[in-house]
Design a binder for this molecule. Structure first.
Ligand code: NIG
Ligand code: FE
Length: 391
């Protein structure tokens, strides 16, 4: 397939003075699931080795970006917490305790109900340009329910995260050490074969820094890559523990000290910002500029979940990053694509270059700026994953 007449192409491959490798009047040649050539439209191979069957897509001057990599989402759940959202809009603060409501609804749902709901959300993500999704467990919190969440998630994505350490469930309220033993023992043994990452919510009201260290270390001993929810609701040690443990990413990063920023800058841990949460909880946004100016690798993701942020829209995350966190559109698109790929330790997605997976989004707009300039408008025109149109 040849996609040609691309008005503005964001490759994320740095060139001379442009870290985002922006090209105008460009073309992309795809064979199977991979990109094989990228260059000026006028120089596209005239006789691609795919033969006469090459399909030509005329982008008619519109913009193309890499598929969004949504590196943080909680999509295996049942139930609805719109009432909490509405209460927050009148001034009630977000409380992580609401997680237990979704745990109750999720435990009560059948496998097929969870699967159907997950697949609807995955299709919703694809329509909005997400070609890679990380999906967390975390609303089961029993060996049985966490294992089935991971198994069902692994049917739709290889990027599955075990989040048994989301909160201490109600039945362990007076025996939290026993719950940590369960998460790091039998639950981990059962879930690890279906997962790639281990996550923990390191926050007052969830897990302490020492518990978080123990949980991540146990997951790593099972071959899982550590990641973390940290510094969401207030200052704390989450970022420091994540960096110390070599986490792929620490997510939220809303309340950071200077030493947190310094630690991130000197590490390979990505800071993943989730501005939909601040939107949905009416909280102050993280200081993206402080992180970027310190040289920290920043990703943005949806955190789609029924409690703190129920949107799957990566275009909305780009718009919020630009409007509310003062990122340029190029920085925001990079963070939502290449940044997400780094947060997932993937080197085959997040950029448009020969050898990369053919995951792309065609915008119904002449430039990527329209993602932020036209918030809420459905400008995702076509989405290709592994070279196949998925929306
Ligand atoms: O990433 N912070 C912890 N977990 C989710 C919220 C989950 C919920 O409220 O159901 C988050 O914001
Ligand atoms: Fe989350």
């Amino acid at each position: 397939m040849l996609i040609t007449n691309i008005g503005e192409l964001t490759t994320n491959v740095p060139t001379g003075d442009d870290p985002y490798g922006t090209m105008t009047d460009a073309a992309i040649l795809i064979q199977g699931d991979r990109i094989v050539w990228v260059g000026p439209a006028g120089e596209a191979p005239s006789d691609p080795s795919t033969g006469s069957g090459t399909e030509v897509v005329d982008a008619r001057g519109r913009a193309v970006i890499p598929g969004f990599v949504d590196s943080h989402a909680h999509l295996v759940f049942a139930g609805d917490r719109a009432d909490e959202f509405e209460a927050r809009m009148t001034g009630v603060p977000y409380a992580a305790g609401g997680i237990r409501r979704t745990v109750a609804a999720t435990r009560a749902a059948s496998d097929d109900e969870l699967r159907r709901h997950l697949r609807e959300l995955v299709a919703e993500c694809a329509r909005q340009g997400s070609t890679t999704l990380e999906v967390k467990t975390g609303y089961g919190l029993t060996v049985h329910d966490e294992t089935r969440a991971a198994r069902i998630a692994s049917e739709v994505t290889p990027e599955v995260t075990f989040l048994g350490a989301h909160v201490v469930p109600a039945e362990y309220a007076d025996a939290r050490d026993d719950y940590v033993d369960l998460v790091t023992g039998p639950m981990l043994d059962a879930v690890a074969p279906h997962a790639k990452y281990i996550d923990v919510f390191c926050e007052r009201g969830a897990f302490t820094p020492d518990e978080s260290r123990r949980i991540l270390a146990a997951g790593m001993a099972h071959g899982l890559i550590p990641r973390m929810h940290g510094n969401q609701l207030g200052p704390g040690e989450g970022v420091q523990v994540a960096v110390e443990m070599g986490a792929a990413s620490v997510d939220h990063c809303t309340y950071l000290s200077d030493s947190d920023v310094l630690a991130l800058a000197g590490s390979s841990t990505v800071a993943t910002l989730l501005p939909g949460v601040e939107y949905s909880t009416r909280s102050p946004y993280p200081d993206a500029r402080r992180l970027l100016d310190a040289g920290v690798t920043v990703a943005i993701a949806s955190d789609c979940n029924p409690g703190s942020c129920f949107t799957s829209s990566m275009p909305l995350m780009v718009a919020l990053a630009v409007r509310e966190m003062h990122m340029t559109t190029a920085e925001a698109v990079w963070a939502a694509t290449a940044g997400g790929a780094k947060a997932l330790r993937r080197d085959d997605i997040g950029a448009i270059a020969p050898g990369m997976r053919a995951d792309l989004v065609l915008l119904d707009a002449p430039t990527r700026v329209h993602l932020a300039y036209r918030p809420g408008v459905p400008i995702i025109s076509a989405v290709y994953k592994d070279g196949v149109a998925v929306a």
